[in-house]
Design a binder for this molecule. Structure first.
Ligand code: AMP
Ligand code: TRP
Length: 341
């Protein structure tokens, strides 16, 4: 078990609540892959228990869970280098979440913007799970004593809450047991925006399919969506400052930058002064060259669901070597008696 000083350990999660978007890929998965090749232990989780905070058709949830696992692997996550898990396979996540429900305060949860957005005007009818979801997210991370969490910008507030929970637990029980996790929100794609509205996040739940690129879209669909993407009528500037107040231009350039692993400055040096009618075909070609191999490999992997289930089972076994002792120690700290042998 790791005690302070905590060894670097990366954890992140994605909900299997529908297809993967380019936002998920650039904001999360691509960065998971990069971190896997550094000197960290990396754990990546399909958070099926988070998904059911809003209604999920059971058959679709099963399919989406496997498809997300296929997406992880097709994007370059390697079950030999990273621990790949499905949340409900590792019961310590929910055990620790209960303890954290008793640490976190109702007022903290009421401030969460994701809850307000998802619950909408009908908050009284939202599930209790949706309300206390950030305590489960904190448990996902802290049951591994994870120190670094790569996510997109929309998760920043949840990670601050995770830090607050760790601080309060350590303070209440007078023990330096949980690490104060660092969010890792970096790169040009921490918030990929909708292709129809540069002020709105690209999301799998947007009613318009034209607003997003899905990892399962074919080349023609990707090209069509980029061709139809909203833009203004000016040429691209040669410097980043020239994109101020041009959210759609900024978004497409950011996407190009993240897909090609080049700084925005370099992209604008190449495309500055050119029209979107020149830039969009180049962006389509780049997007197709990155996404097509991933979607082909996903289809391949999905043809053998038993193998996906084996990979996740193997991941859960490795995960529990970390989570069981941390959970046992947490119960001990809180005064729960251990079962007699
Ligand atoms: P979700 O699909 O909401 O479970 O999100 C999974 C991960 O993808 C989280 O780290 C999010 O922050 C990230 N993510 C989702 N949508 C976007 C987006 N439009 N831009 C950047 N990152 C995103
Ligand atoms: N809340 C995240 C989202 O909606 C998903 C998530 C659940 C997560 N547990 C996590 C992300 C732990 C990072 C770490 O996208």
């Amino acid at each position: 078990m790791t005690y302070p000083p905590f060894t670097p350990r990366v954890f992140s999660g994605i909900q299997p609540s529908g297809g993967l978007t380019l936002g998920n890929y650039l904001g999360a998965i691509k960065r998971f892959v990069n971190m896997q090749n550094a000197d960290f232990e990396t754990i990546y989780c399909i958070v099926d228990l988070h998904a059911i905070t809003v209604w999920q058709n059971p058959k679709e949830l099963t399919h989406n869970t496997r498809e997300l696992c296929a997406g992880f692997i097709a994007s370059g996550l390697d079950p030999k280098k990273s621990i790949l898990i499905n949340q409900s396979h590792v019961p310590e996540h929910t055990q620790l979440a209960w303890v954290f429900n008793c640490i976190a305060r109702v007022g903290w949860m009421q401030r969460m913007t994701q809850f307000k957005d998802k619950a909408g005007k009908n908050a009284q009818k939202a599930s209790l799970g949706l309300f206390c979801y950030p305590a489960l997210m904190a448990a996902d991370i802290l049951i591994y004593h994870a120190t670094h969490v790569p996510v997109g910008e929309d998760q920043k507030q949840h990670l601050e809450l995770t830090r607050d929970i760790a601080i309060k637990f350590n303070h209440d029980y007078k023990i330096d047991f949980f690490p104060i996790t660092e969010p890792v929100i970096e790169g040009t794609a921490t918030k990929v925006m909708s292709l129809r509205d540069g002020t709105k996040k690209m999301s799998k739940s947007d009613p318009s399919d034209l607003s997003r690129i899905n990892l399962t879209d074919d080349a023609e669909t990707i090209a069509k969506k980029i061709r139809k993407a909203k833009t203004d009528s000016d040429a691209l500037p040669s410097e980043p400052a020239g994109m101020k107040d041009r959210p759609e231009a900024q978004n497409l350039v950011n996407i190009y930058s993240a897909l090609s692993d080049q700084p925005v400055e370099t992209v604008l040096r190449d495309f500055g002064g050119r029209q979107f009618s020149d830039f969009k075909p180049a962006l389509s070609e780049l997007a197709v060259s990155v996404i097509s191999p991933i979607s082909k490999e996903m289809t391949n992997l999905m043809s053998d669901s038993a193998e996906i289930d084996r990979i996740l089972t193997y991941g859960a076994e490795q995960a529990r070597e970390i989570t069981e002792p941390i959970m046992k120690k947490t119960y001990e700290i809180t005064g729960m008696i251990a079962r007699a042998r």
